[in-house]
Structure formats: structure tokens, C-alpha cells
Design a protein around this ligand. Structure first.
Ligand SMILES: Cc1cc2nc3c(=O)[nH]c(=O)nc-3n(C[C@H](O)[C@H](O)[C@H](O)COP(=O)(O)OP(=O)(O)OC[C@H]3O[C@@H](n4cnc5c(N)ncnc54)[C@H](O)[C@@H]3O)c2cc1C
Length: 403
């Protein structure tokens, strides 16, 4: 008799992407072990989730997000706040321009994690193990996770949702290209005297973007990319001084600022693995891609990893961790991950660069978007869902040809 606990899939990491993966796989009938400590709830970040991600979560049966806890994103604006020689005009993206009321919602991570925890508790096909995987044994036929008490879980497929350091990725022998940026994100929430009108504004500065995203009421979240030293200095200021610095940075567009307690600092880096899957391990979320929080892409991309992985698992139900299945997953994810990674890192590098050509290219790009409505529309559609901008162009061409 086997002493192993057998599953179809082991998901390592109970962060947002791992939890979503476990729920999505279980809803398709797979027996899932979700292994990892419960995130401790002190994450003060908020996440802008775009409509395709929200639609996917709704399809999984998650309850709708309450308007008391989340805020819709109706307009997204970029303001060039650099002091450089070449600067661009502000660019405004309106959800109404692409026929949707909102791009998505801004949700506090603590709220998202609470909702996911509740959904996990009522899912009969998920066994929740509140421990780290101590060791991986990856064989030709099964992936095995050894727990700290010596118990062994075995499955056809291991999903690495275990974050940027991903021990499962390392065990699978997947190498990574990593770059540390001379930036940290200062993260906090604040109240303001003027209403935000459900507009998110990204101020582009010489140290990176400073992004305000609406929360319910006259409140917003802030992600301010500065040098690591400046992040520490800003976080150490008293509330009045920090509030004044933020108001100044935001050109007082939201009136008087009052920061709320709780400031966090996240060092910035970029990480890209050499492959999305190998040796019965498939990567999702930050195990698969890390880049600075510009344009609200990271978790949205992680949810698309999950959607593609579940499709692949369904079409290889007899052995979802087989090489054929992993190969299909690699093909499904390659372009999307590479495109997002390249776009975000290039924009970040162009902002940090003092070189005039980089400034001209960045400013020309923003200028074109500000002035040309179809280009703006294309960028909005592609920003929300890869391929949808191209699909729109193709359907426009088809209509013209028919005429
Ligand atoms: C400041 C900031 C703002 C952001 N804003 C946005 C936004 O607006 N929109 C957006 O789409 N994205 C945003 N992102 C990106 C987003 O936060 C990440 O993509 C997302 O949090 C990644 O989730 P994850 O579940 O992959 O990883 P994590 O949240 O890191 O979870 C990994 C989990 O794995 C666990 N783990 C590690 N080792 C093991 C092990 N051996 N065994 C079991 N478990 C293990 C850890 O305990 C952890 O719980 C932002 C990021 C930052 C830094």
C-alpha cells in the first residue's frame, strides 16, 4: 500500500495566484493539495484587477467585490512630471472610449486574500496544508512534495506559485535572468480633500512612476518608485511631512493629502525564467515573472497563467504534468509573458535613463498616444487583454473589406 498522499495537482504557495490556481483546478474536477502558509494579512498593497481577470474570478464562482471595499477604475492618466528637456503631453485613457464602464477595480490585497481563503474553505476537492514544502522530488512519472513532518504528497503536476524565490522552480532546474533596479516602491494609502472621480494618475518622474489608484470614498492608494535610500527617508517622515511631500508630488490634484498609518517598502527587480515549465513543474504568478508595478500588470498576468494552465490540464486530463502538457503550457504563455515583461521593463528603463534618445522615444510614444485616438484604443485593449487590440483592428479591416 502506498504511504504517499496522492493528488492530481500540488499547488505550492497560498498567495493570491496559488489560491486562484487551486480553486480553478478544483472546480474542473482535479484533486488538489494547496501547500503553503496562509499569508499573514499585513500586505497593505492594493491591486488593480482588470475586467478580464474579474470576469475569470466571477466564472470561478467568487462573490462579487463589494463597492464598500473596492473602487472602479474608469480613467487612467499618465502625467510626465520629469524635469527633462523632452517631455510629453498628458495621456488620458477613458474606459468609455472602448465601450466599457470601467477598466477594472482596485482591491486591497487583504480583502482579496480574505475572499480567496473563504472560497478555499468550501471547496471539497482541495486539501489545504498550512506548511512550506521542505523538499521536492521530481520524477519522470510523479512530482513529490515532502512536508516538514516528513509526509510526502504526490501528483502528476506541481504548480509553482511559490513566489519570486520559487523553490519549486529551482528544484525543476529552471534558471532565471534577474535584474535588480535602483528603485524601491513606497506603498501606502491616503485620504484626500478632493474626490478622485475614479481616476488613477501615474506621474512619471526621474526615479520611476508615482501612481495613485482610487479606493472607496475620498481615499486612494499610492505606489511611489524612488531610490532605495529615498524610500527609507520618506517612510521615516512624520505623517504631516510625508502628506505634504505626496501632495507636492501629485501637484495637489487631489487637494490636501493625509497619509494613513502603515507604510511598506518593496525593492524593485525583474525576473524572467528560462522556461515556464519543466520536469512536472509549471510556473505561475511571481514564480514566472517579476517586474516593477507599472500599468497594473503583474497579478493580471498571473491570473492569465492560471487560465491557460487549467485549459492545458483539461486537455491532458489523464496526465496534466506530462511533457506534452507542459509543452502546450509553454507555448500558450511564451508571448504574453515576454511582451508584458519587455513593455514594462523598457518603459521603466526609459524613465530612469538620462540619455536623450531614450527620452525622445518615450516622449514621442506618449505624445502619439495622447494625440491619436485609435492608437490609444489599441493600447487600452491590449493593456487589458492580450490580442484584443489586434482582434479589434482585424474586425475593422474585415468590415471595410465587406463594404
Ligand atoms: C507595490 C506593488 C504593487 C502592485 N500592484 C499591482 C497591481 O495593481 N495590479 C497587478 O496586476 N499586479 C500588481 N502587483 C504585482 C502583484 O502584487 C503580484 O503579481 C502578486 O502579488 C504575485 O502573487 P503570487 O501569488 O504569485 O506570489 P506571492 O504573493 O509572493 O505568494 C507566494 C507564496 O508562496 C509561498 N511559498 C514560498 N515558498 C514556499 C514553499 N517552499 N512551500 C509553500 N509555499 C511557499 C509564500 O509564503 C507566499 O505566500 C504589484 C506588486 C507590487 C510590488
Amino acid at each position: 500500500m502506498s504511504t504517499e498522499n496522492e493528488f492530481d495537482v500540488i499547488v505550492a504557495g497560498a498567495g493570491p495566484v496559488g489560491s486562484i490556481a487551486a480553486i480553478a483546478l478544483a472546480r474542473q474536477g482535479f484533486a488538489v493539495a494547496l501547500v503553503g502558509p496562509q499569508p499573514n494579512g499585513d500586505d497593505r498593497r492594493t491591486t488593480a484587477l482588470m475586467m478580464p481577470a474579474l470576469d475569470y474570478l466571477e466564472k470561478l464562482g467568487l462573490p462579487p467585490f463589494s463597492p464598500e471595499e473596492t473602487a472602479p477604475l474608469e480613467v487612467m492618466r499618465i502625467i510626465d512630471a520629469t524635469q527633462r528637456l523632452v517631455r510629453s503631453a498628458p495621456v488620458t485613457f477613458r474606459a468609455a472610449e472602448i465601450g466599457t464602464g470601467r477598466f477594472g477595480v482596485n482591491i486591497p490585497n487583504s480583502v482579496l486574500l480574505r475572499i480567496l481563503k473563504e472560497a478555499l474553505q468550501v471547496e471539497p476537492r482541495i486539501v489545504r496544508v498550512d506548511a512550506m514544502v521542505a523538499e521536492w522530488r521530481l520524477g519522470d512519472d510523479r512530482a513529490r512534495a515532502v512536508l516538514p513532518d516528513g509526509k510526502v504528497l504526490s501528483a502528476s503536476l506541481a504548480v509553482a506559485a511559490d513566489g519570486r524565490m520559487s523553490p519549486a522552480r529551482e528544484a525543476a532546474g529552471i534558471s532565471v535572468a534577474k535584474r535588480d533596479y535602483p528603485q524601491s516602491a513606497l506603498v501606502l494609502n491616503f485620504a484626500h480633500s478632493r474626490p478622485h472621480g475614479f481616476v488613477s494618475t501615474e506621474f512619471h518622474t526621474e526615479t520611476g512612476p508615482c501612481t495613485q489608484v482610487p479606493l472607496p470614498g475620498d481615499r486612494s492608494s499610492l505606489v511611489w518608485l524612488v531610490s532605495p535610500q529615498m524610500a527609507v527617508e520618506l517612510a521615516a517622515l512624520d505623517a504631516a511631512e510625508l502628506s505634504a511631500r505626496i501632495e507636492e508630488r501629485m501637484q495637489s490634484i487631489l487637494g490636501k493629502v493625509e497619509v494613513e498609518p502603515g507604510r511598506q517598502i518593496y525593492p524593485m527587480s525583474a525576473l524572467l525564467p528560462s522556461t515556464m515549465a519543466a520536469n512536472r513543474v509549471a510556473l505561475v504568478g511571481e514564480a514566472a515573472h517579476v517586474f516593477p508595478p507599472i500599468g497594473a500588470q503583474g497579478m493580471n498576468l498571473g491570473i492569465r497563467d492560471v487560465a491557460d494552465l487549467v485549459d492545458v490540464a483539461l486537455s491532458h486530463r489523464d496526465d496534466p504534468g506530462s511533457e506534452r502538457a507542459l509543452s502546450a503550457y509553454r507555448s500558450a504563455r511564451r508571448l504574453d509573458v515576454l511582451a508584458r515583461q519587455t513593455a514594462v521593463n523598457s518603459l521603466n528603463m526609459a524613465l530612469l535613463s538620462d540619455l536623450l534618445p531614450a527620452q525622445i522615444v518615450r516622449s514621442a510614444g506618449l505624445g502619439l498616444m495622447a494625440g491619436i485616438s485609435p492608437l490609444r484604443e489599441f493600447v487600452m485593449r491590449e493593456g487589458m487583454q492580450p490580442g484584443s487590440g489586434f482582434a479589434r483592428i482585424a474586425s475593422g479591416w474585415r468590415k471595410q473589406v465587406r463594404r
